[in-house]
Design a protein around this ligand. Structure first.
Ligand code: AMP
Length: 282
Protein backbone atom coordinates (compact mmCIF):
# COMPACT_ATOMS: atom_id res chain seq x y z
CA UNK A 1 0.00 0.00 0.00
CA UNK A 2 1.17 3.50 -0.86
CA UNK A 3 0.36 6.78 0.85
CA UNK A 4 0.27 9.54 -1.78
CA UNK A 5 0.11 13.21 -0.86
CA UNK A 6 -0.10 14.93 -4.23
CA UNK A 7 -2.77 15.03 -6.91
CA UNK A 8 -0.17 14.35 -9.62
CA UNK A 9 1.01 11.15 -7.95
CA UNK A 10 -2.57 9.87 -7.66
CA UNK A 11 -3.31 10.77 -11.29
CA UNK A 12 -0.22 8.92 -12.52
CA UNK A 13 -1.17 5.81 -10.55
CA UNK A 14 -4.79 5.85 -11.75
CA UNK A 15 -3.72 6.37 -15.37
CA UNK A 16 -1.55 3.30 -15.17
CA UNK A 17 -4.42 1.22 -13.69
CA UNK A 18 -6.90 2.44 -16.29
CA UNK A 19 -4.45 1.52 -19.08
CA UNK A 20 -4.53 -2.00 -17.66
CA UNK A 21 -8.35 -1.93 -17.73
CA UNK A 22 -8.70 -2.19 -13.95
CA UNK A 23 -11.87 -1.18 -12.06
CA UNK A 24 -11.13 1.47 -9.42
CA UNK A 25 -13.13 1.73 -6.18
CA UNK A 26 -12.94 4.83 -3.99
CA UNK A 27 -13.75 5.46 -0.31
CA UNK A 28 -13.57 9.11 0.76
CA UNK A 29 -13.06 9.63 4.52
CA UNK A 30 -11.87 12.16 7.07
CA UNK A 31 -9.73 9.53 8.79
CA UNK A 32 -9.64 8.28 12.40
CA UNK A 33 -10.97 5.14 10.85
CA UNK A 34 -13.21 2.58 12.54
CA UNK A 35 -15.20 -0.49 11.50
CA UNK A 36 -17.76 1.71 9.72
CA UNK A 37 -15.09 2.98 7.33
CA UNK A 38 -13.61 -0.53 7.17
CA UNK A 39 -16.93 -1.96 5.96
CA UNK A 40 -16.88 0.45 3.00
CA UNK A 41 -13.28 -0.45 2.12
CA UNK A 42 -13.96 -4.18 2.44
CA UNK A 43 -16.93 -3.86 0.09
CA UNK A 44 -14.77 -1.90 -2.37
CA UNK A 45 -12.03 -4.53 -2.03
CA UNK A 46 -14.54 -7.26 -2.98
CA UNK A 47 -16.06 -5.40 -5.91
CA UNK A 48 -13.08 -3.62 -7.50
CA UNK A 49 -9.59 -4.40 -8.82
CA UNK A 50 -7.97 -1.44 -7.07
CA UNK A 51 -9.07 0.50 -3.99
CA UNK A 52 -8.23 4.11 -3.15
CA UNK A 53 -9.17 5.61 0.23
CA UNK A 54 -8.79 9.32 0.87
CA UNK A 55 -8.08 10.75 4.30
CA UNK A 56 -8.72 14.47 4.30
CA UNK A 57 -10.30 16.60 7.02
CA UNK A 58 -11.99 19.07 4.72
CA UNK A 59 -12.04 22.57 6.26
CA UNK A 60 -14.70 23.73 3.80
CA UNK A 61 -17.42 21.56 5.33
CA UNK A 62 -16.93 22.81 8.91
CA UNK A 63 -18.77 25.86 10.26
CA UNK A 64 -16.83 28.48 12.27
CA UNK A 65 -17.86 27.12 15.67
CA UNK A 66 -17.46 23.47 14.74
CA UNK A 67 -14.74 20.95 15.56
CA UNK A 68 -12.28 21.35 12.66
CA UNK A 69 -9.27 21.90 14.94
CA UNK A 70 -10.13 19.18 17.43
CA UNK A 71 -11.23 16.59 14.84
CA UNK A 72 -9.29 13.40 15.75
CA UNK A 73 -6.41 12.34 13.51
CA UNK A 74 -4.19 9.22 13.55
CA UNK A 75 -2.56 8.45 10.22
CA UNK A 76 -0.48 5.55 11.63
CA UNK A 77 -3.48 3.63 12.90
CA UNK A 78 -5.47 4.50 9.74
CA UNK A 79 -2.66 3.20 7.50
CA UNK A 80 -2.49 -0.09 9.41
CA UNK A 81 -6.24 -0.61 9.06
CA UNK A 82 -6.23 0.24 5.35
CA UNK A 83 -3.25 -2.03 4.76
CA UNK A 84 -4.92 -4.94 6.57
CA UNK A 85 -7.99 -4.59 4.33
CA UNK A 86 -5.92 -4.48 1.16
CA UNK A 87 -6.40 -0.84 0.20
CA UNK A 88 -3.93 -0.05 -2.60
CA UNK A 89 -3.52 3.70 -2.15
CA UNK A 90 -4.30 6.20 0.58
CA UNK A 91 -4.63 9.73 -0.78
CA UNK A 92 -3.69 12.04 2.10
CA UNK A 93 -3.28 15.59 0.78
CA UNK A 94 -2.41 18.74 2.71
CA UNK A 95 -5.11 21.44 2.74
CA UNK A 96 -2.87 23.56 0.46
CA UNK A 97 -2.76 20.73 -2.11
CA UNK A 98 -6.57 20.71 -2.32
CA UNK A 99 -7.20 24.46 -1.97
CA UNK A 100 -4.53 26.85 -3.23
CA UNK A 101 -4.62 30.56 -2.37
CA UNK A 102 -6.80 31.50 -5.33
CA UNK A 103 -9.46 28.82 -4.85
CA UNK A 104 -12.95 30.20 -5.59
CA UNK A 105 -15.07 27.53 -7.35
CA UNK A 106 -17.79 25.60 -5.53
CA UNK A 107 -20.37 22.89 -6.11
CA UNK A 108 -23.61 23.91 -4.41
CA UNK A 109 -27.04 22.32 -4.28
CA UNK A 110 -30.45 23.99 -4.06
CA UNK A 111 -32.53 20.97 -3.07
CA UNK A 112 -31.88 18.18 -0.56
CA UNK A 113 -29.79 20.40 1.73
CA UNK A 114 -32.45 22.57 3.36
CA UNK A 115 -33.57 20.05 5.98
CA UNK A 116 -31.82 17.89 8.60
CA UNK A 117 -28.08 18.57 8.86
CA UNK A 118 -28.32 21.23 6.14
CA UNK A 119 -30.53 23.29 8.45
CA UNK A 120 -28.21 23.22 11.45
CA UNK A 121 -25.01 23.27 9.34
CA UNK A 122 -25.79 25.74 6.53
CA UNK A 123 -22.47 25.60 4.65
CA UNK A 124 -21.78 21.94 5.29
CA UNK A 125 -23.08 20.39 2.07
CA UNK A 126 -21.47 22.99 -0.17
CA UNK A 127 -18.18 21.91 1.38
CA UNK A 128 -19.02 18.22 1.01
CA UNK A 129 -20.14 18.52 -2.63
CA UNK A 130 -17.12 20.63 -3.56
CA UNK A 131 -14.57 18.31 -1.99
CA UNK A 132 -16.23 15.11 -3.22
CA UNK A 133 -16.43 16.54 -6.75
CA UNK A 134 -12.72 17.43 -6.57
CA UNK A 135 -11.83 14.00 -5.23
CA UNK A 136 -13.90 12.34 -7.98
CA UNK A 137 -12.04 14.43 -10.58
CA UNK A 138 -8.69 13.41 -9.10
CA UNK A 139 -9.37 9.70 -8.53
CA UNK A 140 -11.86 9.16 -11.42
CA UNK A 141 -13.24 6.02 -9.74
CA UNK A 142 -15.66 3.58 -11.34
CA UNK A 143 -17.41 3.09 -8.01
CA UNK A 144 -17.48 5.19 -4.82
CA UNK A 145 -18.64 3.93 -1.43
CA UNK A 146 -20.58 5.95 1.17
CA UNK A 147 -22.22 5.01 4.47
CA UNK A 148 -25.92 5.27 5.25
CA UNK A 149 -24.75 6.61 8.62
CA UNK A 150 -24.63 9.96 6.79
CA UNK A 151 -27.86 9.32 4.91
CA UNK A 152 -28.44 12.90 3.79
CA UNK A 153 -24.87 13.08 2.48
CA UNK A 154 -25.45 9.85 0.54
CA UNK A 155 -28.64 11.29 -1.03
CA UNK A 156 -26.85 14.56 -1.85
CA UNK A 157 -23.94 12.76 -3.52
CA UNK A 158 -26.29 10.56 -5.55
CA UNK A 159 -28.11 13.71 -6.72
CA UNK A 160 -24.87 15.54 -7.57
CA UNK A 161 -23.60 12.58 -9.61
CA UNK A 162 -26.91 12.42 -11.50
CA UNK A 163 -27.25 16.19 -12.04
CA UNK A 164 -23.66 16.70 -13.17
CA UNK A 165 -23.49 13.48 -15.24
CA UNK A 166 -20.56 12.02 -13.37
CA UNK A 167 -19.83 8.52 -14.65
CA UNK A 168 -19.49 6.95 -11.22
CA UNK A 169 -21.58 4.29 -9.50
CA UNK A 170 -22.46 5.34 -5.95
CA UNK A 171 -22.71 2.41 -3.53
CA UNK A 172 -24.53 2.95 -0.24
CA UNK A 173 -23.46 0.76 2.70
CA UNK A 174 -25.33 -0.05 5.96
CA UNK A 175 -24.65 1.59 9.34
CA UNK A 176 -22.09 -0.26 11.45
CA UNK A 177 -22.79 -0.08 15.20
CA UNK A 178 -21.04 -0.80 18.48
CA UNK A 179 -22.25 -3.93 20.30
CA UNK A 180 -24.58 -1.80 22.43
CA UNK A 181 -26.15 -0.09 19.40
CA UNK A 182 -24.30 3.25 19.19
CA UNK A 183 -23.50 4.02 15.55
CA UNK A 184 -19.74 4.03 15.08
CA UNK A 185 -18.34 7.52 14.53
CA UNK A 186 -14.95 9.19 14.75
CA UNK A 187 -16.68 11.75 16.99
CA UNK A 188 -17.56 9.09 19.62
CA UNK A 189 -14.02 9.62 20.87
CA UNK A 190 -15.10 13.03 22.26
CA UNK A 191 -17.45 11.35 24.75
CA UNK A 192 -16.44 10.82 28.39
CA UNK A 193 -17.65 7.71 30.21
CA UNK A 194 -20.92 9.26 31.36
CA UNK A 195 -21.62 10.76 27.95
CA UNK A 196 -20.84 7.46 26.23
CA UNK A 197 -23.62 5.83 28.26
CA UNK A 198 -25.97 8.74 27.57
CA UNK A 199 -25.23 8.49 23.81
CA UNK A 200 -27.20 5.23 23.74
CA UNK A 201 -30.29 7.45 23.66
CA UNK A 202 -29.69 7.88 19.92
CA UNK A 203 -29.92 4.23 18.91
CA UNK A 204 -32.73 3.64 21.43
CA UNK A 205 -34.70 6.51 19.94
CA UNK A 206 -34.10 5.17 16.45
CA UNK A 207 -35.38 1.78 17.59
CA UNK A 208 -38.45 3.41 19.13
CA UNK A 209 -39.24 5.19 15.86
CA UNK A 210 -38.63 2.06 13.85
CA UNK A 211 -40.95 0.01 16.10
CA UNK A 212 -43.71 2.61 15.72
CA UNK A 213 -43.38 2.65 11.92
CA UNK A 214 -43.23 -1.13 11.69
CA UNK A 215 -46.31 -1.49 13.85
CA UNK A 216 -48.26 0.61 11.35
CA UNK A 217 -48.05 4.20 12.61
CA UNK A 218 -48.13 6.52 9.58
CA UNK A 219 -48.50 9.93 11.26
CA UNK A 220 -45.03 11.48 11.05
CA UNK A 221 -45.75 14.07 13.77
CA UNK A 222 -46.77 11.37 16.26
CA UNK A 223 -43.54 9.48 15.61
CA UNK A 224 -41.41 12.63 15.82
CA UNK A 225 -43.05 13.70 19.11
CA UNK A 226 -42.53 10.30 20.70
CA UNK A 227 -38.88 10.27 19.59
CA UNK A 228 -38.27 13.81 20.91
CA UNK A 229 -39.86 12.89 24.21
CA UNK A 230 -37.59 9.88 24.45
CA UNK A 231 -34.48 12.02 23.86
CA UNK A 232 -35.69 14.50 26.50
CA UNK A 233 -35.68 11.69 29.07
CA UNK A 234 -31.86 11.64 28.95
CA UNK A 235 -30.52 14.60 30.97
CA UNK A 236 -27.21 14.85 29.03
CA UNK A 237 -28.96 14.89 25.64
CA UNK A 238 -30.31 17.86 23.70
CA UNK A 239 -32.21 17.37 20.44
CA UNK A 240 -30.86 19.21 17.41
CA UNK A 241 -33.50 17.71 15.12
CA UNK A 242 -35.81 14.71 14.71
CA UNK A 243 -37.33 14.64 11.24
CA UNK A 244 -38.97 12.38 8.70
CA UNK A 245 -38.21 13.13 5.05
CA UNK A 246 -38.60 11.56 1.64
CA UNK A 247 -35.45 9.50 1.04
CA UNK A 248 -34.74 10.92 -2.43
CA UNK A 249 -35.79 14.56 -2.12
CA UNK A 250 -35.02 15.03 1.62
CA UNK A 251 -38.26 17.02 1.89
CA UNK A 252 -40.42 16.73 5.00
CA UNK A 253 -43.35 14.36 4.81
CA UNK A 254 -46.49 14.23 7.00
CA UNK A 255 -47.23 10.57 6.41
CA UNK A 256 -45.11 7.47 6.09
CA UNK A 257 -45.29 6.53 2.42
CA UNK A 258 -42.79 5.48 -0.24
CA UNK A 259 -39.22 5.46 1.03
CA UNK A 260 -38.68 7.63 4.07
CA UNK A 261 -35.63 8.59 6.06
CA UNK A 262 -36.14 9.06 9.79
CA UNK A 263 -33.12 11.00 11.01
CA UNK A 264 -31.96 12.52 14.28
CA UNK A 265 -29.12 14.73 15.47
CA UNK A 266 -28.53 14.98 19.20
CA UNK A 267 -26.01 16.87 21.30
CA UNK A 268 -24.51 14.75 24.06
CA UNK A 269 -22.75 17.45 26.04
CA UNK A 270 -20.89 19.35 23.35
CA UNK A 271 -20.70 16.42 20.93
CA UNK A 272 -23.22 16.34 18.10
CA UNK A 273 -24.09 12.80 16.97
CA UNK A 274 -26.43 11.56 14.24
CA UNK A 275 -28.35 8.38 13.56
CA UNK A 276 -31.17 7.28 11.25
CA UNK A 277 -33.19 4.51 9.73
CA UNK A 278 -34.75 4.05 6.31
CA UNK A 279 -38.21 2.60 5.86
CA UNK A 280 -39.61 1.48 2.53
CA UNK A 281 -43.40 1.15 2.40
CA UNK A 282 -44.84 -0.49 -0.68
P1 AMP B 1 -16.23 10.36 7.66
O1 AMP B 1 -14.80 9.95 7.85
O2 AMP B 1 -16.98 10.54 8.92
O3 AMP B 1 -16.39 11.51 6.68
O4 AMP B 1 -16.94 9.13 6.94
C1 AMP B 1 -16.46 8.60 5.74
C2 AMP B 1 -17.45 7.61 5.21
O5 AMP B 1 -17.63 6.55 6.14
C3 AMP B 1 -18.83 8.21 4.94
O6 AMP B 1 -19.37 7.69 3.75
C4 AMP B 1 -19.62 7.75 6.14
O7 AMP B 1 -21.02 7.66 5.91
C5 AMP B 1 -19.02 6.38 6.38
N1 AMP B 1 -19.27 5.96 7.77
C6 AMP B 1 -18.94 6.63 8.89
N2 AMP B 1 -19.40 5.98 9.98
C7 AMP B 1 -20.03 4.86 9.52
C8 AMP B 1 -20.73 3.79 10.14
N3 AMP B 1 -20.87 3.71 11.46
N4 AMP B 1 -21.25 2.83 9.36
C9 AMP B 1 -21.13 2.89 8.00
N5 AMP B 1 -20.49 3.87 7.35
C10 AMP B 1 -19.95 4.86 8.10
Amino acid sequence: MEILKTINEVRAKIKQWKREGLIVGFVPTMGYLHEGHASLMERARKECDRVVASIFVNPMQFGVNEDLDSYPRDLDADSKLCDSIGVDVIFHPEVSEMYDGGFCSYVDMNGLTKELCGKSRPIHFRGVCTVVCKLFNIVTPDKAYFGQKDAQQLAVIRRMVKDLNMDIEIVGCPIIREADGLAKSSRNTYLNEQERKAALILSRTIRLGEDMVKSGETDAQKIISAMKENIASEPLAKTDYVDIVDLDTIEKTDTIKGSVLVAIAVFIGKTRLIDNFIYKKD
